[in-house]
Design a protein around this ligand. Structure first.
Ligand SMILES: NC(=O)c1ccc[n+]([C@@H]2O[C@H](COP(=O)([O-])OP(=O)(O)OC[C@H]3O[C@@H](n4cnc5c(N)ncnc54)[C@H](OP(=O)(O)O)[C@@H]3O)[C@@H](O)[C@H]2O)c1
Length: 398
């Protein structure tokens, strides 16, 4: 008995030390990395016009975008912080690459970005990765798009609008599944009635379910950053905190469904695109987050420990089968104070596949000269029909 207790005590101490180790905040490099030698900078494009840098190229989504780039006549340079992951991908696609940490590396980032017209920033969670890249694009004069769905990051980008305008660059967040289809659909329905005051969006992620459908590790870790922050919604033009998300029970075509209110980025981006002062987003609920997960995600150390588990045990992202077969459905409804309403639906392909295409479609637009300075949203700059360019998307009025 004493022996078993001893083993259990040692195991508990070892688990405690392990947990402490993985949940420590990673220290910033004490000194900035050495300046990138001119011999490496000289290998970058001499003339920035039309040149695209994909940062975070070897992550699940960065890889999907890098592999598809040629289809949009884009020959990118690939970037990221880890050469052992970056080089094999660049070599397999025949693209140039550059190793470029984000932290404490402002001068090198600026030097590199000056060779590019646009950076596709695909490294997240953006809570940690957005600011160093944004600081650098402002100085380098490089357009920027990202895939963040983290509301606090999008708000921080919106708050820098004037700075981006002065730098004469476009900063467009959330050019993936979150929020290209919703923002385009929201603009589409908002144009159907005068002075809409309420926008409601419902996402059905498993309209056509498929085996292997799941989030990537980066998406799960970005989700943790949202769980650790107050839940907000757009009400009367302001972002206000909710105590608990709203639940709606309904019968949809003979199927009982529960809709769960979620903090989708539309609350900021579609407010910019449409000016509608009240925005709520729901998803068809598929199971429930355990209460312990919400509690653990409240602390930085808890999020880091969960992030470590995700990095080491979660699958990389959705299977090929899911990418080929899964479909989602989005319904947006607007109404105004005199009782007019309009509603439309969008069927989309699998969210990551959609993201690979939407990011490149927007990159192509930018290098073709279609961009506006400052903080911008997809629906406002490119209009409701941009989403229809993505293979597999269809729209119908309801
Ligand atoms: N809005 C959307 O619809 C949508 C769709 C897809 C993805 N996303 C977002 O895009 C991001 C990437 O997703 P993913 O699927 O590619 O995830 P992933 O497979 O986990 O890849 C994450 C990438 O980010 C890099 N990274 C993370 N922290 C970094 C840092 N501090 N400095 C430099 N690089 C860093 C990683 O490099 P290391 O391996 O070296 O850490 C890796 O290249 C996530 O935030 C995700 O939420 C959004």
């Amino acid at each position: 008995m004493r022996y078993i207790l001893g083993v259990l005590a040692i195991a508990a101490v070892a688990a405690g030390i392990g947990l402490y180790w993985v949940s420590r905040a990673a220290p910033l490099p004490a000194t900035p990395p050495a300046p990138i030698p001119n011999s490496i900078l000289n290998q970058l494009p001499e003339e920035r016009k039309g040149q695209v840098l994909i940062y975070g190229a070897y992550g699940f989504t960065g890889k999907g975008i890098s592999e598809l780039a040629a289809e949009y006549n884009i020959i990118p340079v690939l970037a990221g912080r880890n050469e052992s992951k970056l080089k094999p991908l660049a070599d397999s696609l025949g693209y140039n690459y550059i190793v470029l940490p984000l932290e404490n590396n402002h001068d090198n980032l600026v030097k590199v970005l000056k060779h590019f017209e646009i950076v596709l920033h695909i490294a997240g969670p953006y809570t940690y990765t957005a600011k160093p890249m944004l600081d650098a694009v402002v100085e380098a004069g490089t357009h920027y798009v990202d895939l963040t769905g983290e509301n606090h990051v999008i708000q921080a980008e919106l708050d820098r609008d004037e700075e981006f305008k002065r730098a004469n660059i476009m900063v467009m967040p959330a050019v993936g599944y979150d929020v290209v289809p919703t923002d385009c659909l929201n603009v589409y329905v908002a144009e159907k009635i005068s002075q809409p005051t309420q926008l409601t969006v419902v996402l059905d992620g498993n309209y056509t379910a498929a085996e292997g459908a799941q989030a990537s590790r980066g998406t799960m870790k970005s989700g943790l950053e949202m769980l650790g922050r107050p839940l907000l919604k757009r009400k009367g033009g302001a972002m206000v905190a909710m105590d608990t998300p709203k639940l709606i029970h309904r019968n949809e075509n003979g199927r009982e469904q529960t809709l769960l209110q979620i903090p989708w980025a539309d609350m900021i981006t579609s407010y910019v695109s449409t000016g509608i002062p009240n925005i709520e987003v729901f998803q068809v609920q598929e199971g429930q987050l355990p209460a312990w997960l919400l509690r653990v995600a409240q602390s930085g150390a808890g999020r880091r420990a969960l992030g470590w588990l995700i990095d080491n045990f979660a699958p990389e992202g959705p299977s090929l089968n899911a990418q080929e077969n899964r479909q989602t459905r989005i319904v947006s409804t607007v109404s105004n104070q005199i009782g007019a309403t309009a509603s439309a639906a969008l069927i989309t392909p699998e969210p990551y596949l959609l993201t690979f295409h939407s990011t490149l479609i927007i990159a192509r637009r930018v290098i073709d000269g279609q961009w506006e300075p400052g903080f911008q949203t997809v629906g406002a700059v490119y209009g409701p029909d941009l989403v229809m360019e993505i293979p597999g998307v269809s729209r119908s009025d309801l």
